[in-house]
Design a protein around this ligand. Structure first.
Ligand SMILES: [Zn+2]
Length: 277
């Protein structure tokens, strides 16, 4: 968290900055260890200040602010970061502020409660090296069915673990993997290569449906309240979760099973043992 729908919501929220020009880049003085910034702050500043913003894009779980120089400011929220326009949830966790001119909004900022995220200024070659097709699979919210099936069907790993592998398909994280497999009625511990083709078609269809429905709902704001949209509002997809973080509750789909929590690769997996056999 944040995953594809939350980062896509950030990208959409930041659209008003397109056309604006960066007049300053500031790292507010806060009582925490600084986040990872690349290159060094002075170099970053020199390359960003004066630049016009030509677009705001998303690759996997990162927001890219593209500059006229062809550099990109790449914000990776990791566990608890947000790219936003205004009203950060807490002032002391605002990590970087980009002041704008010739823009309908005065600034955008990167806020991060846990400080695990990163902000990098990358050339097109660096973007390609870090986020190109050798590192990341196709975007999970739009990937075609034949490509999706081709990527997963022969894999000798559990389905849930493979869905989190960004090199196969990118953008799915722990929360949406659980919801996708529940909707597709597939057991998260099943090996990819043993899941039938018709079930893989269901997993693909539910991946597209759930991610896009979550985008429409501006993502999921969990009980920790960390994830917000670009103007500090909540997402609403958390109200539609069926299994994520609902261990020991009655399954809302079959109304027979009890949601279980298991650990796969050090991550929690939630599923219903009755309708996800
Ligand atoms: Zn069930």
């Amino acid at each position: 968290m944040p995953e594809l729908p939350e980062v896509e919501t950030m990208r959409r929220g930041l659209q008003p900055i397109v056309g604006g020009r960066i007049v300053s880049v500031v790292q507010p003085e806060i009582p925490y260890r600084p986040i990872h910034i690349e290159p060094d702050f002075e170099v970053f500043q020199n390359r960003a200040v004066g630049q016009r913003i030509v677009s705001v894009d998303r690759i996997a779980k990162r927001v890219l602010v593209r500059l006229e120089s062809s550099d990109s400011i790449v914000m990776q929220p990791k566990m608890a970061g947000i790219a936003m326009l205004s009203d950060p949830p807490s002032a002391q966790h605002t990590r970087m502020v980009f002041e704008l001119t010739e823009s309908t909004v005065p600034r955008f900022l990167y806020w991060d409660r846990r400080g695990l995220g990163t902000v990098c200024l990358w050339s097109p070659e660096q973007v390609l090296a870090h986020l190109g097709p050798t590192k990341l699979g196709p975007d999970a919210s739009i990937v075609d069915e034949p490509v999706f099936l081709e990527r997963f069907t022969g894999v000798k790993r559990p389905v849930k673990v493979a869905l989190l592998d960004q090199a196969l398909v990118c953008g799915i994280g722990n929360l949406y993997a659980a919801e996708i497999l529940h909707a597709a009625k597939v057991n998260p511990t099943a090996m990819c290569c043993e899941v039938t083709k018709s079930k893989w078609k269901r997993i693909h269809a539910e991946t597209i449906r759930i991610l896009n429905e979550a985008i429409e709902n501006e993502g999921s704001t969990l009980n920790d309240g960390t994830y917000r949209n670009a103007i500090n509002g909540e997402g609403s997809y958390q109200n539609k979760h069926k299994v994520y973080d609902r261990a020991s509750e009655r399954c809302p789909s079959c109304k027979k099973g009890t949601i279980e929590r298991i650990i796969q690769c050090q991550r929690s997996t939630f599923y219903c043992p009755v309708c996800q056999r």
